[in-house]
Design a protein around this ligand. Sequence first.
Ligand code: SAH
Length: 216
Amino acid sequence: MRASQEKNDRMEFLLTLRKRGIGDAAVLRAMEEVPRDYFVPPAQAEAAYQDQALPIACGQTISQPYVVAYMTEHLNVRPHDRVLEIGTGSGYQAAILAKLAREVVTIERYRTLAETARKRFDQLGILNIEVVTGDGFAGAPKLAPFDRIIVTAAAEEIPQALVEQLAEDGVMVLPLGPHGGPQQLVKLTKTGEGLTREDLIAVRFVPLLPGQAQEL
Ligand code: SAH
């Protein structure tokens, strides 16, 4: 892609996020700084700065930029936070979070995706992300508690292990709903009395599947 075309696309990309209501300056800065074209397959590079989900390896998807920004904004990440992400995929959402948080732990069930994401973080000089290959339903108990948890694949019910690994006053943002059916983005806050739930927008995510993938 010509450099001037890419510059235009990236300006348009930020403008679209603002127009759609993303107002948090730190989130917008992170979206500006992370090059999404690094995180999509070469064949999709031309579309990297369009506001759409795109296919990646292993039949998975990199989420739509608006949804990445929206979820990040509702997660309300603070600079000293430790964040857990379930569903590394391309690594794009983790790279955005890494700009805002002290540390990000991200879990992916496909080894291939985890390894590719790790390489991307190395190339971009991002040092505060730990990629774990495993089953996100179990979280990362040895590294818990987490101030913030984000799930980027849809579960039918709230995974209990993740609730347990959320710190007091912690926030979790996750899509809930049936595979391929209507899903709701939900924000949970852990208080002394339990969880409070706020329903956000309707979304469509790939399913959160149990176990580490047997294929690569
Ligand atoms: N956050 C990603 C979006 C990835 S799509 C990005 O920015 O690109 C969701 C990802 O969740 C897929 O890669 C899928 O393999 C992964 N996934 C699904 N179920 C999982 C589980 N139980 N544990 C870990 N990862 C899971």
